[in-house]
Design a binder for this molecule. Structure first.
Ligand code: ZN
Length: 456
């Protein structure tokens, strides 16, 4: 019996659930064969899903998740939350960043994410100077990903301005300062990291923080086919300021300045006109939805129903890491739509009427595209990224395969992910990351030091 085999009584393949599936992978972590109707000749498990892609992360924010939940004297908003975030970002060291990222990655793996896209903007030292290696902090995130086994798409961020109209950066933003030339240098410094588990793209932070000329320069300088991510239309105020400064709504403006295609992931894209919704769907770009963060920050709700109807591609991300679970992300995505529409079972299409299956498959499709990596489905040639669910849990006892995702996404809060294979390595067994205790010790030490230094 080869170690690189698994027999699933039920596995979710690109076309839906299949029975008696023998999965095989090579030592490089790529699936070599996925065969339904096979004979059990390997370790036998009941339910197997493809691992999910977390398409939007700022790893350091894991350290402040849950600390911004007290009301201040004025109306709290995204913009007051951002002040706390700047205090953390101003002080964190590269070592602390690595410790926090490792904890985050291990948690994400335990909950079913096998890939993550890091939108990485804390790139200078606390004084705003470059590190000896300009990719120092990015390499720390890559190191955390290697240690934990999660697949990574590293996106060094271009961040030049404090607001529309090319406003100069504030002192709180000094660690973020980059321009196209520096981002491309960081990308170059990361080239050696690239491989089946790590891809490198780039991310203009937002239309607030980058000019149109810079956008074009970055796109022209980045190697072809690499992923490009941008925050867009997250807040109403941002849309209003964009219209005032640039004369167009954000997605309209972006699409007028650069060719937005399958390379692009538009993160949030919360506030869209009907025309923008249709144009984004037609572009092939991914809408990067982060429902728990968008809920936490009071952003608003993405127009999911018309976007699905127009054939749009979407994925999910945990962004500020108030949650590390794709279950919670997808549950909120669906529930937000139910609440605002006063309807049930919203996220479906003509071909797939099961909400859980539709959400999981579509988030895989969008997440894989946004990651620029060969992930997102159980097929030969893709990465061996899969989840074994806990079929001994009462929620899954004896259920038909077609009901598994409904139970997984919409019933209770126990983590039903038992074992996780990422890039052909078993990194979670019986619900625990294989290096969980040491990673958690490093994390708690780092966060204690960081919180002491972050008192205002
Ligand atoms: Zn973000």
């Amino acid at each position: 019996m080869s170690a690189n085999q698994l027999f699933a009584r039920h596995a979710l393949l690109p076309g839906g659930w299949q029975d008696d599936v023998l999965l095989e992978w090579d030592d490089a972590g790529n699936l070599t064969s996925v065969r339904p109707g096979a004979e059990p000749g390997a370790r036998v498990v009941d339910y197997v899903l493809p691992g999910m892609v977390n398409l939007h992360s700022h790893a350091f924010q894991r350290a402040m998740a849950g600390l911004a939940e007290k009301a201040g004297d004025t109306q709290d908003s995204f913009w007051t939350w951002r002040e706390l975030m700047y205090r953390f970002a101003g002080r964190i060291t590269p070592e602390q960043m690595e410790a926090v990222a490792a904890q985050l990655h291990a948690e994400c793996l335990r909950h079913g994410y096998t890939s993550i896209c890091e939108f990485h903007y804390v790139q200078r030292d606390p004084d705003g100077e470059l590190y000896a290696n300009p990719a120092e902090t990015a390499l720390r995130i890559a190191q955390a990903a290697r240690r934990t086994g999660i697949g990574l798409t590293m996106l060094p961020v271009m961040y030049s301005y404090a607001g529309f109209g090319e406003q100069p950066l504030t002192p709180g933003q000094r660690r973020f300062r980059t321009d196209p030339e520096l981002v491309l240098r960081i990308v170059e410094a990361l080239e050696k990291q690239r491989g089946p588990q790590i891809e490198v793209g780039a991310a203009p932070h937002s239309l607030r923080a980058a000019s149109a000329g810079q956008l074009r320069e970055l796109v022209a300088g980045l190697p072809a086919c690499r992923p490009l991510h941008i925050h867009i239309a997250e807040q109403q105020l941002e849309v209003e300021q964009c219209m005032e400064a640039l004369g167009a709504r954000p997605v309209d403006y972006l699409m007028n300045q650069v060719e937005v295609d399958q390379r692009w992931c538009l993160v949030h894209a919360t506030h869209l006109s009907d025309r923008e919704t249709a144009a984004l769907a037609a572009s092939g770009a991914v809408a990067g939805l982060c429902p728990t963060t968008e809920g936490n920050l009071g952003d608003g709700l993405f127009p999911l129903t018309p976007y699905i109807a127009a054939g749009g591609v979407f994925g999910i991300g945990s962004d500020s890491h108030v949650s590390q679970s794709p279950v919670e992300e997808l549950r909120w995505l669906e529930y937000g739509q139910r609440l605002v529409r006063q309807q049930r079972n919203v996220a479906v299409d003509g071909a797939c009427r099961d909400v859980g299956t539709y959400l999981w498959q579509q988030a895989l499709r969008g997440g894989a595209r946004a990651s620029g990596r060969a992930v997102g489905s159980l097929e030969a040639g893709r990465r061996a990224d899969l989840l074994v669910l806990d079929s001994a849990h009462p929620n899954l006892d004896g259920v038909d395969a077609g009901e598994v995702l409904g139970r997984f996404l919409f019933c209770g809060n126990d983590n039903l992910v038992r074992d996780v294979l990422a890039g052909g390595q078993w990194v979670v067994r019986d619900g625990r990351h294989v290096d969980q205790d040491a990673i958690a010790r490093n994390y708690t030490q780092a966060v204690r030091a960081l919180r002491e230094r972050s008192q205002p």
